[in-house]
Design a protein. Sequence first.
Length: 607
Amino acid sequence: MSLRPTVDFLLYDWLDAPSLSERERFADHSRETFDAVLDTCERIAREKYAPFNRVVDTQEPHFDGEKVILPQCTHDANRAYAESGMLSAAQDYDEGGMQLPYTIEAAANGFFGLASVSIGSSLLTKGNANLLLVHGTEMQKAVFARNEFNGRFSGTMCLSEPQAGSSLSDITTRAVPDGAGFEADPLGPRYRLKGNKMWISAGEHELTENIVHLVLAKIPGPDGKLIPGTRGISLFIVPKKMVDTQGQLTGVRNDVALAGLNHKLGWRGTTNTLLNFGEGKFPVNGEAGAVGYLVGRPHEGLRCMFHMMNEARIGVGTAAVMLGLAGYYASLDYAKNRPQGRPMGPAGKDVAQPPVRIIEHADVKRMLLAQKSYCEGALALELYCARLVDEQHTGSEADADEARLLLEVLTPIAKSWPSEWCLEANSLAIQVHGGYGYTRDFPVEQYWRDNRLNMIHEGTHGIQAMDLLGRKVLMEGGKGLTLLAGRINGTIQRAIHVPEFAAHANALGQALAQVGAATKAAWSTGEPTDALANAVPYLQAFGHTVLAWVWLDVALAAHAAPASSARTGRLAAMRFFFHYELPKIGAWLQVVSSRDQTCAALPEEAF
Ligand SMILES: Cc1cc2nc3c(=O)[nH]c(=O)nc-3n(C[C@H](O)[C@H](O)[C@H](O)COP(=O)(O)OP(=O)(O)OC[C@H]3O[C@@H](n4cnc5c(N)ncnc54)[C@H](O)[C@@H]3O)c2cc1C
């Protein structure tokens, strides 16, 4: 079973990706160039990533007192990725990039997630460098971003602290001006940082010459106190090793020290670190304090950081999808080969007959089709969102603005829906394997462990749900929600005329109306505590409605294709979603609409 036919179908038969080459920015591209990128990534993932997925799980990163040691395969995979040019694929030709549409980049990166999600951490490096391209000075771009895109340096995102995860307003890392001439440093206004950053992925390793940390910290007010809330937060580049204006290492180590490695449930190929900034372990010019260069204006750090969030969240969602698909493919293969049990005939089971393969049992087919419908549907959603990112960057002013608003509403779903449901797919993949799925002799338990992260990082499930119901569906007078409803209604209008899809089109119309009514009912008292008490059931119902829409739209494209097993499978996955999944939204929306306080009102002592 291969991912490629599904990717090709979604990109070419559904999203019409080659039409992107009508845009000036992508004029040199065509289906041929897109295929060449997909071929290369598929090959590197097959050769340098997939064979080592278990190695990086069992040979966890360790610290020898001086350096963090990673298996050789991790070095090889990272080098192969950098040499492929994928780090800068979306960048301008002038920057050494290929001006590749993000839609193709996102699809191509999928192959790496499928093969070994944790062996590489290129998404962080790209996100870091992209942020600098938007908010950095020319010098910061040349010294830091360019060396990240060419693979010399890697990047991190340092937001979380031990006491501040979901609530970044509570960070306490301090940044104070570094001496009298601090503003004149060619690399940017120079500060000294002190504080601890927790959970920093790829925070310490020897994979690259240098590590560029992007760090959120607070510049104290005139009274020396930290400004409460997110207003006081600024953003800094803190290189692990000091560099000159040519991007060369000066030989001086910056005051950033590894305090410890976190030992994780999964995703073990990537180091995860507690970093101490400015504790004096590596004094610079004889002084404690990590040297950091301000990015953008003071106190606008969170705004700069969140600039890249849509793409980061599409990246997390895609990773969840790929882990889900990896489990689906493994369990499909297992189900085709495992003999067990006999079919129940009118006279019971005929024990004289040989056992059948488990794929012949209806319940196993249910578990396989559930995985297919969750994961292929979610892949379609991620690629749809990636296409909106391209629209936002290259469409007309009106189209770009529409894409921006749609992304605002869809991004929490793109991040969270696969995190929950492709994880459920991984659980079903274990179930299909029976007892063997629970052992380390088969890969499915690792996929589940790796995927369990995705509901936690990049904004937890609960935080994404509150973002959706508390902010995104309300913003700009509910315009994003109206636009999304318009797109869903467009699909309904096309599907209603296809007899095979008319009932599904009606069901989707009802689901959309239910979500709209629940949104209003949740906010009918105007009290955030009433509305948001059931934000997660709202996210689940909203997400299921979006997925049903995506599946119906994909089914319209499948319907137009010639008969094939793949077409039959896609139409069945759509039907599964409508028959087994969409009806669940009634229960979720019931508690939302009634502003049910069963959980919120329960006193602590009653637990
Ligand atoms: C493997 C891994 C890699 C990571 N990589 C990075 C990284 O590279 N850079 C980085 O900066 N961070 C990183 N993180 C941190 C991650 O973003 C945080 O773990 C996450 O934001 C949650 O913060 P927390 O762990 O402090 O949990 P908390 O914020 O304490 O949350 C605990 C629980 O309480 C809930 N909760 C919290 N506040 C509310 C609220 N107001 N209303 C309702 N429920 C709430 C949450 O949803 C969650 O279920 C990583 C984490 C992990 C595990």
